[in-house]
Design a protein. Structure first.
Lengths: 209, 223
């Protein structure tokens, strides 16, 4: 699976750098979007996976669900950092400032804080059911912020971000760009799935030792 | 006879209040922390005028961190004293949670009543919408109490407690914290009061309280 994903990543990178035309108003800076949007997407997916596995642990008391939740959070933390950094660079190049608390910047930053808090909590407790329970409860409790991040934050702050790109009202994307973006989304989601499996195996091995 | 939920909640609240009055350390730490922070802010300003948005942000930062200095003790003290096990044996999850949440709300409310007039006095703020200001404070404190009680239970088993409570609290309380700052700023004269935010805060407070109630069972009843 790693080979297939590696190949797909190379093909998408080739398309982004050599085939995709510059976007109206953004020029070649649009290339960052093909990295930024998929990693931000996966950062959110990882959050959902972590909360879902946390709920599974609370229902079944199965420590492997806790390990899957932790693995998703660890990866989510890396992806959210990548999304934050790539977003800040894109923001500097296009809007002139690295950070301006745009609604989506706020959302991703809150997500970063949640991941950081979750991992800090895990780090502060000895392994076992007590830690698993606390981590699962925190994961689900922090999930309550989602409606706020999605619906309320955009009403609090002015946004420079384009509207969602997949509904045709935001970034001026031609069909080639959209196809490459969808492929990149699929690819990065696949990378997350593959890394999650690997990380789960690694953590399970550590738990056994 | 088995007491009703409300009676049991009341008993837990009274117990918390009595213990709090007997050992005043938590109260003293929280109030002194708030007072020290307020003094720092006021000294740094040296009588300078604060813009309403900045004043609102400072007020909520003081309330947030002062409440962190007291609200995290609600389970930790019992854990240290060894009374948590007794409470676990005799008290059901829901009365314990709601009783402690009510006590935390009371504690934070008293803190807010103590710190807010002093803050307004020291920075010389002019009130434009007192009703919205009071409601924003009430709803903000309710959110802090709802989230704080569950998170205080969560950190009892942690080996490193210092700072952990604030780290866990901030991302969860932001949906209350940010509208509260906007409302407070508007109440102090920074434009029109966004009344809709009050509804949003009340709704999120409700979600936090119900979420805490559902999840607390998993923390309270160990295998």
């Amino acid at each position: 699976m790693g080979m297939i994903l590696g190949g797909l990543t190379l093909v998408i990178a080739g398309l982004v750098f050599f085939v995709v035309p510059p976007a109206e108003g953004l020029g070649y800076y649009v290339r960052i979007a093909f990295f930024h949007i998929p990693v931000a997407w996966v950062a959110v997916i990882a959050f959902c996976v972590s909360a879902f596995q946390g709920a599974r642990y609370l229902r079944a008391h199965d420590l492997s669900a806790d390990v899957k939740s932790a693995a998703a959070a660890q990866l989510g933390f890396i992806f959210v950092i990548l999304a934050t950094v790539s977003g800040a660079i894109f923001s500097k190049l296009t809007w002139g400032a690295y950070w301006n608390w745009d609604p989506r910047q706020t959302t991703i930053f809150v997500l970063l804080l949640i991941y950081g808090a979750y991992l800090t909590l895990r780090g502060a407790m000895p392994a076992g059911h007590k830690r698993a329970r606390a981590a699962a409860v925190y994961s689900l409790f922090s999930f309550l912020t989602v409606p706020f991040l999605v619906f309320i934050i955009p009403r609090l702050y002015f946004s420079l971000h384009p509207s969602p790109v997949l509904n045709g009202t935001g970034l001026a994307m031609d069909s080639l760009m959209l196809a490459v973006l969808l492929a990149a989304l699929l690819d990065v989601t696949g990378i997350f799935y593959w890394l999650h499996k690997k990380q789960t195996e690694k953590l399970l091995q550590e738990e056994r030792l | 006879m088995k007491p009703s939920l409300w009676q049991a909640v009341k008993l837990v609240f009274v117990k918390e209040f009595t213990v709090g009055m007997r050992f005043k350390a938590a109260w003293a730490a929280m109030f002194m922390f708030a007072l020290t922070t307020l003094a720092c802010v006021s000294l740094a300003l040296q009588g300078g005028v604060l813009e309403p948005r900045l004043a609102a942000a400072l007020l909520w930062i003081i309330i947030f961190f002062a409440s962190m200095a007291g609200a995290d003790r609600v389970f930790a003290d019992e854990d240290t004293a060894g009374t948590l096990l007794a409470l676990r044996l005799y008290g059901g999850a829901q009365p314990v949670l709601w009783g402690k949440m009510l006590y935390t709300f009371f504690l934070l409310l008293v803190l807010t009543i103590f710190i807010t007039p002093l803050f307004l006095l020291l920075i010389g703020a002019e009130m434009a919408a007192a009703g919205a200001f009071v409601l924003a404070l009430l709803l903000g404190v309710a959110g802090l109490a709802a989230a704080g009680t569950l998170l205080a239970a969560l950190v009892t088993g942690a080996q490193v407690k210092s700072g952990l409570f604030s780290v866990l609290m901030l991302p969860i309380i932001l949906p209350v914290f940010l509208p509260a700052i906007f409302l407070t700023a508007a109440s102090l004269g920074a434009g029109e009061v966004p009344v809709g935010f009050l509804g949003g805060m009340a709704l999120y407070d409700g979600i936090l309280a119900v979420g805490a109630s559902v999840l607390f069972d998993y923390l309270w009843y160990e295998d």
